[in-house]
Ligand binder design. Sequence first.
Ligand code: GUN
Ligand code: FE
Length: 419
Amino acid sequence: MNTSYCLRGSIVHTPLFGIMECIPDSYIVVINGRTAGLFSSLPLEYTDLPLYDYTGKIITPAFCDMHLHAPQYPMLGLGMDLQLLEWLNTYTFVTEQKFKDSEFARKVYSALAKKLVECGTTRVCMFSSIHYDATMILMEELENAGISGYVGKVNMDRNSPDYLLETTQESIEQTRRWIEESKKRFTHISPIITPRFTPSCTDELMEALGKFSQEYDLPIQSHLSENTDECAWVRELCPDCPQYWESYEKRGLFNSRTIMAHCVYSNFAEREAMRKHGVWVAHCPDSNSNLSSGIAPVRKMLREGLSVALGSDIAGGAEISMLKVVGQAIRVSKLRYLKSDKAEDFLTVAEALYLATSAGQEFFGEKAGFAVGNEFHALVFDDSALPPTDIINLQERMERLIYLADSSAIVDRFACKKL
Ligand code: GUN
Ligand code: FE
């Protein structure tokens, strides 16, 4: 598979938060799967490389979905009249336990990987279930589809139904086995430490997971302050932790490689703790609306200096397409803007696009936009099927894609190689 090539087309990317750079009719050169440069005309030294000619089309970075649950794909669009804790008990745990069946896992995960690529998501930060075999199957299906990123075997040793519960010892042993095996077996997908959330994990398990993250140098993902009942439950469960975040921090699970979903109810003290520790927020607007969780103060978080990226959180979120999640992030931020009497800003199109692309890239250790040296993850959009118009520049064409397009507007995808 050739990983050195050029693309011609109009480039739209977000090299800085809030800045959408639009470069009409240009070239991107990719060498060994990495961006080597953006040029207004093709330098002579690259003219022998294969050229993909997308004249008239728009080339953007591919999406990073920084929080989603693979074993919830079969329940997408179900149970949305419930709130978090009831939704977990009624739909989620029942669905996730089915992944003890490897054949079922294979069927669902191959379909999910295909769907993600179709929607233009080429990098993920993803929850699996507690099951070792299904988690390996998930990692394999993602890698084979050309997707890269992190997948976590979920840990749950308390407050869960018997059919989806590990003993503390089992959870620790299976997690070590999974880390060691998956590190050997996969190139583009790597393990991430994944305590489901504080109510599902004993202190002893959390402590062991904190040690694994150190021993194996692994990132961490979990949930934080998503729902008011959840927050009250954590206060009951952890009398030694006046604030929810401390239940992670005390066990070595709260640092600059940690990404926490939601943070809807993180107060100033919790947000300050996140900022000081460099903890990331995975903002999941569609999920927060569906499960009536609330509206996360993302614009405020960004102003305070926190790192924020976007997640679909399927199946709390029902939109697997990050194009749609970008639109949702903008819409809910405007509701907060209105609720604050216009004191809190809303997210602009350029800002939300940054959160869906560049922010995730940074969590994966890369630079924003199509920076030289980045792995080349890109989408090619054809906007010719959108309503006819003659008034628009490149920035406006991108805005229309966000508001109007679905994955049928994505005509090609690159993740180092052409997918
Ligand atoms: N908190 C604990 N588990 C989950 C989950 O599966 N989805 C969401 N949205 N929140 C959670
Ligand atoms: Fe989640």
